[in-house]
Design a protein around this ligand. Structure first.
Ligand SMILES: *Cc1c(COP(=O)(O)O)cnc(C)c1O
Length: 354
């Protein structure tokens, strides 16, 4: 086990921060001055270090490239007007990364490297955490297989890394989503519940085909019948039908979102009716037509609360109520952001205050 004292820090000679336009931050294109890395070999993690952000030398034969043993996480740090910095629920991301690691036959990562490592890294990058209400520091931990070996087998060596990116909003406006009934994201028994790199590769063609039709993202449906909603791009889906907040239950095909869990917790506390159950495509579309669906939105760290204004199924499009009328997503969404910024009581101790 490695304790925090053992993370060696090598600082960059000069910060790049003045080259970045904080008034106009795109998502995920600017990176901070430093990154964390650790190495797994001989059955253990070692050499946890914070070094200047930069390219990683690697063999062209590493199994991450050829066979996709590669997983990641995504979480955020927030700064308020008082300059306080909080990281939202890092332990949940640590636990989830280890579930992904187990499924992909990769080693788990100790908390001392994941949580303490990101705490030290973000502490070093304090100036990079934007204070603007719509901005944050996106933190991307990831792990990949590094054996230079072309045989198909689990690698014996791995790298773990954390990079950070100051970000603005992921989506600039309410979304137009297509209900996907041809392609499949995840099947029962597969890796849909893991944040495995390959899941996103297989989603790119279907998403691009939809984007050519002017659609922002897809809502995936189950692999077997394409009859039930699963989730969207990088967000879990929520629907308000007859004033009940409904979301699909967590199965092996759905990523267990930290935002999903936080949102459901707050919605239950605010005495909204909440159901985790399957939602059929027919129920959703008939509900929209009958005016019984008052809100459709996605929830995720990167996209935050992404409200949906239009749905497309096959050749038909359906308008949803305007977002000003979306009581639950507006109310719980604001409360969640206030908690993350330390402006409202953190009764669940979700924040790691730096
Ligand atoms: C990351 C992700 C989510 C959202 O998870 P959060 O922990 O809330 O960020 C949902 N679905 C998929 C497929 C994801 O990759």
């Amino acid at each position: 086990m490695i304790d925090t004292q053992n993370i060696e820090i090598t600082k960059r000679a000069e910060s790049r921060i003045n080259e970045v336009d904080f008034g106009n931050l795109p998502f995920g294109r600017e990176f901070t001055d430093h990154m964390l890395m650790a190495t797994f070999e001989h059955g253990q993690w070692s050499n946890a270090r914070i070094i200047p952000y930069g390219n990683i030398p690697m063999s062209p034969a590493i199994s991450a490239i050829h066979y996709g043993q590669s997983i990641f996480e995504g979480l955020k740090a927030f700064k308020n007007e008082a300059g306080e910095i909080r990281i939202f629920r890092p332990e949940s991301n640590w636990q989830r990364m280890n579930k992904s690691a187990e499924r992909l036959c990769m080693p788990t990562i100790p908390k001392e490297i994941f949580v303490d490592g990101l705490r030290q890294l973000v502490n070093l990058e304090r100036n990079w955490v934007p204070a603007d209400p719509s901005c944050s520091l996106y933190i991307r931990p990831f792990m990949f297989a590094t054996d230079p070996y072309l045989g198909v087998k689990a690698s014996e060596t791995y790298s773990f890394a954390i990079i950070c990116s100051p970000v603005g909003p992921y989506y600039a406006k309410p979304l137009h989503l297509k209900i996907e009934t041809h392609y499949t994201r995840a099947a029962m028994g597969g890796v849909g519940f893991a944040k495995a790199a390959g899941n996103y590769a297989s989603a790119m063609l279907p998403a691009k085909l939809a984007q050519l039709q002017g659609i922002d993202q897809l809502i995936w449906t189950d692999a077997k019948e394409h009859a039930y909603l699963e989730e969207a791009g990088t967000m879990n889906m929520m629907v308000v039908i007859d004033d009940v907040l409904v979301t699909p239950p967590l199965t092996s095909t759905i990523l267990p979102g930290v935002t999903r869990d936080s949102f459901l917790t707050l919605a239950r506390e605010a005495n909204f009716k909440v159901e985790e159950r399957r939602i059929s495509v027919i129920e959703l579309i008939e509900g929209v037509k009958a005016g019984r669906v008052s809100e459709v939105f996605g929830v995720g760290t990167a996209a935050t609360i992404a409200q949906v204004i239009k749905l497309t199924l096959d050749d038909h499009s359906y308008d949803l109520p305007s977002i000003e009328t979306c009581t639950i997503s507006n109310q719980i969404g604001s409360q969640l952001l206030a908690i993350k910024k330390g402006l409202e009581g953190d009764t669940h101790s979700w924040n790691l205050l730096l």
